[in-house]
Ligand binder design. Structure first.
Ligand code: FPP
Length: 252
């Protein structure tokens, strides 16, 4: 089926988040080193970004490196950091020419200097672009993000700049890495694993979840269109019942 043809252009998610999983298994199936899987995964990053731009998805968040990933063998961690630096360096002009803006979420202060500097350059270079915003989750942990937000809110309470009753959804949102960015309507995870893995725990509260057995290096534009198509067939209820939603939608 040609899923792109079937998409309802009035119901495209504003924000899609992806857990790119399965690079290691893909490489192993081919008798290759895990890093070969990550390197091929960069092609899928390109596919996903192109598809997001074509669908006019405003925000695309990719889970590229978690705080737990430091525990992998040193050679793999070093290889992933090199891949990141080299990819950003070689793609920065193409990102810019395609009006893509790059942002990061996560504890990027603790990335290796070379990696941090390359990212800062790319963030600065693309800062005024108005197309798709590509958000790389790097050294990211949702629990850490929430803990940091709680600490900053507690400090404000202690110094008297906020009251207890000021602590609402909006205030929490304003203290997350994703402040100012709408929550993802859709989260995709590849490789058949059915877990959230410490990714955007606050932001995914009402997201539709799409799990596909496709390994990340095999993930193509068509897989992305399909995920968005399936998202469009779902009824998003936000805790209401179907009849209440119909009533609300009557006014649209
Ligand atoms: C998960 O597969 C993948 C990662 C931890 C890294 C993803 C990184 C890339 C695709 C390259 C990043 C590049 C840019 C520019 C964002 P896995 O290693 O956990 O696979 P496995 O579960 O099969 O072992």
């Amino acid at each position: 089926m040609d899923y792109k043809e079937k998409l309802d252009i009035d119901n495209i998610p504003q924000h899609v988040a992806i857990i790119m999983d399965g690079n290691g298994r893909w490489a192993k199936e081919k008798g290759q080193m895990r890093l070969f899987g990550h390197a091929t995964g960069v092609e899928s990053v390109r596919e996903a970004l192109t598809a997001a731009t074509e669908m006019k998805i405003k925000f695309l968040t990719l889970y590229a490196f978690s705080t737990e990933n430091w525990n992998r063998p040193k050679a793999e961690v070093d290889g992933l950091m090199d891949l990141l630096v080299n990819t950003i360096a070689s793609e920065i002009e193409s990102l810019h020419n395609n009006d893509v803006r790059l942002l990061t979420i996560g504890d990027t202060n603790h990335l290796p200097d070379g990696c941090r500097n390359e990212l800062l350059k790319a963030i600065e270079r693309t800062a005024s672009n108005k197309g798709t915003v590509l958000i790389l989750a790097l050294n990211y942990s949702a629990k850490l993000e929430i803990k940091q937000a709680i600490k900053r809110i507690a400090e404000k309470y202690k110094e008297g700049s906020i009251e207890l009753d000021d602590i609402d959804d909006q205030l929490v949102h304003d203290h997350l890495y994703t402040a100012g960015i709408p929550d993802p309507e859709l989260m995709i995870r590849t490789s058949g694993e059915i877990r959230i893995s410490n990714f955007l725990l606050w932001q995914l509260a009402y997201s539709e979840l799409h799990f596909t057995p496709v390994l990340w290096p095999d993930f193509k534009k068509e897989d992305f269109y399909r995920a968005v198509y399936e998202y469009q067939t779902r009824e998003r209820r936000f805790g209401l019942i179907g009849e209440q939603l119909n009533e609300l939608n009557k006014d649209d």
